[in-house]
Design a protein around this ligand. Structure first.
Ligand SMILES: Nc1ncnc2c1ncn2[C@@H]1O[C@H](COP(=O)(O)OP(=O)(O)OP(=O)(O)O)[C@@H](O)[C@H]1O
Ligand SMILES: [Mg+2]
Length: 305
């Protein structure tokens, strides 16, 4: 049993997402090792961490595609169930069905989640919304094409439209721009920020790229297995924790931000704290500076302080 700190961030009230004491293992391998997290509606959370630290695993738990071994995950105060339209997801690739047109790909979610009568009654309004989303995504003349006729960047824009048409409470994105060329990637980053600002969605965005996370996010979470605590386990036997949680000030969605000294310094700090196998912060030294950040300590962990 862990003792939550007397902290408003540790209260699920008013939080869109709330995770407490979440653990996930695969066989003997602990991947997520006591994750505590609360996220407010409208936040753009970037999640970074070394390869294999469990970023996609955490995203799958938030999607409901897998269950945590222990702990609780609440969405809007209610326990999270199987995947449903409240949570949209965009992967790096393979979100689109090759045999469906772009328009039909965007309409897939509404079609699958409606019964025959609902679909017939609402088809026209779904078609209007799909057309409007394709316009937002600068794909208004591509609705009749098929995925193979589109570039990688265009396909990812379709994947985002496919998720947005379901009006998810939270948009989960797993390295959505990871396979794109740098210039296309930057263009899509700016585009995603514009959409986020217009819709004020809550986004959970996984990326390897610290600069991408810092540019996009209002909050950057660092997940890492590189830390030490009071447990006697060798470091490679424990799982990942949130070792850093930063509030990011955003004045404008300008890529100039990426070239400031402050940005470079923070990127370096995050790389050091989360990505360096030789840098093992003590659990009580984690940089959990975001006002909604919180962490409960179990007695073993507390003993390490
Ligand atoms: N279904 C599974 N069965 C067994 N092990 C798994 C499974 N899924 C993930 N793992 C293991 O869990 C760990 C975390 O994997 P995960 O894919 O979540 O990492 P990640 O941080 O997303 O990595 P990357 O940055 O490379 O995408 C890895 O060691 C991986 O091998
Ligand atoms: Mg991954």
């Amino acid at each position: 049993m862990t003792e939550p700190s007397a902290n408003a961030a540790a209260d699920p009230a008013g939080k869109l997402l709330f995770l407490e004491d979440v653990y996930k293992s695969y066989g003997p391998k602990i991947v997520l090792d006591d994750i505590d997290l609360s996220v407010r509606a409208g936040e753009f959370c970037g999640l970074v961490g070394p390869s294999g630290c469990g970023k996609s695993t955490l995203l799958r738990l938030l999607l409901g595609a897998e269950r945590a071994d222990a702990g609780r995950i609440l969405l809007d105060g209610a326990p999270l169930g199987a995947p449903d339209p409240q949570r949209g997801i965009v992967f790096q690739k393979y979100s689109l069905f090759p045999h469906l047109s772009i328009l039909d790909n965007v309409l897939l979610g509404p079609r699958l989640s409606s019964n025959f009568g609902q679909w017939r009654r609402q088809r026209a309004s779904f078609m209007d919304e799909a057309a409007s989303l394709l316009k937002t995504m600068r794909l208004e003349s591509d609705g009749d094409k098929y995925p193979h006729q589109l570039s990688g960047g265009m396909q990812q824009r379709v994947a985002i439209a496919q998720a947005l048409i379901m009006h998810p409470k939270i948009l989960l994105m797993d390295e959505p721009f990871g396979a794109l060329d740098p210039s296309v990637r930057e263009d899509l980053q700016v585009h995603l920020l514009q959409i986020w600002e217009e819709r004020r969605m809550t986004v959970f965005f996984v990326t390897h790229d610290i600069h991408e996370a810092l540019f996009l996010s209002t909050r950057v979470l660092v997940l890492s297995q590189y830390y030490r605590d009071g447990r006697t386990l060798p470091p490679d036997c424990h799982g990942s924790k949130v070792v850093g949680d930063y509030q990011i000030k955003k004045d404008a969605a300008s890529t100039d931000l990426k070239r400031t000294a402050e940005f470079a310094d923070l990127a370096q700090t995050i790389r050091r704290e989360g990505f360096e196998p030789t840098v093992l912060q003590n659990i009580n030294e984690f940089n959990l500076k975001h006002p909604d950040s919180w962490r409960s300590l179990n007695p073993e962990e507390a003993a390490g302080s």
